[in-house]
Design a protein around this ligand. Structure first.
Ligand code: PEP
Length: 252
């Protein structure tokens, strides 16, 4: 059985005190959510404080990005995956479309970051997804399979336990336009088939695939009803404790 993951990506929002305030407001609202892993990804500057304040709770903390490097060194502005772990993170988001688009992250960069995260003992939430133009051209599946080939090649069977894939169609991120549950299911099933071909049926069966793109309290139930949707990566609706808690508690 794949345990669902509901992860909130706070992007470049919230000061340290605002992050702590939201995290502490969320804590009691999701305290009984044993059906899924609950994750929040604050900005780097708030990560340690939030992780410390959530210690002992069922909410885990993620970094939103990490360096491609494995060893510390002269890399101004970069943060090692191992440093995120040291600060209290258990997960890290890798290859978000905003990083691919605005910071020109290629599949090779995504692969290095994924590998660095695994070496550090973090679980990498690796984002893939096509643009609207690519979907309209009918190349959504080939784009996603290329991102998987390029970003996740060279992983061993045991590495796969440390990987979560987030399917985030770029046209649905922050736009209010969600993929329908059927569109998302179709791509999730495709991603699982790609993993079965590349690795094994067992690896594909165990892989958790999250959907991301304008997930809200009113569409999470339909998405989670799909057999290959194992959770959600939530941006805008994770910024407020009550709306994120409603998404986490989709099963009530
Ligand atoms: C995201 O940033 O990963 C995301 C899915 O954002 P939103 O939920 O706001 O579309």
């Amino acid at each position: 059985m794949r345990k669902p993951v509901i992860a909130g990506n706070w992007k470049m929002y919230k000061t340290v005190s605002e992050s702590v305030e939201t995290a502490l407001a969320l804590k009691p609202l999701v305290a009984n959510a044993n059906h899924c892993e609950v994750v929040i990804a604050p900005v780097f500057t708030a990560l340690k404080t939030v992780a410390d304040r959530l210690e002992g709770s069922n909410i885990k903390v993620a970094g939103q990005n990490c360096s491609t490097e494995i060893e510390e060194g002269a890399q101004t502005g970069e943060v090692l995956a191992a440093m995120l772990k040291d600060a209290g993170a258990s997960y890290v988001i890798v290859g978000h479309s905003e990083r691919r688009q605005y910071y020109f992250e290629t599949d090779v960069v995504v692969r290095k970051k994924t590998q660095a995260s695994i070496v550090a003992g973090l679980t990498a939430i690796v984002c893939v997804g096509e643009s609207l133009a690519q979907r309209d051209q009918g190349s959504a599946e080939s784009v996603v399979s290329e991102q998987i080939e390029g970003g996740l090649s060279g992983l061993t069977a045991s590495d796969l336990d440390r990987i979560i894939v987030a399917y985030e169609p770029v046209w649905a991120i922050g736009t209010g336009r969600t993929a329908t549950p059927e569109q998302a299911q179709e791509m999730h099933a495709f991603i699982r088939r790609v993993f079965a071909q590349r690795h094994s049926d067992a690896a594909a069966e165990n892989l958790r695939i999250l959907y991301g793109g304008s997930v809200k309290p009113d569409n999470i139930v339909g998405l989670m009803a799909q057999p290959d949707i194992d959770g959600a990566l939530v941006g805008g609706a994770s910024l407020k404790a009550d709306s994120f808690a409603q998404i986490v508690n989709y099963n009530r």
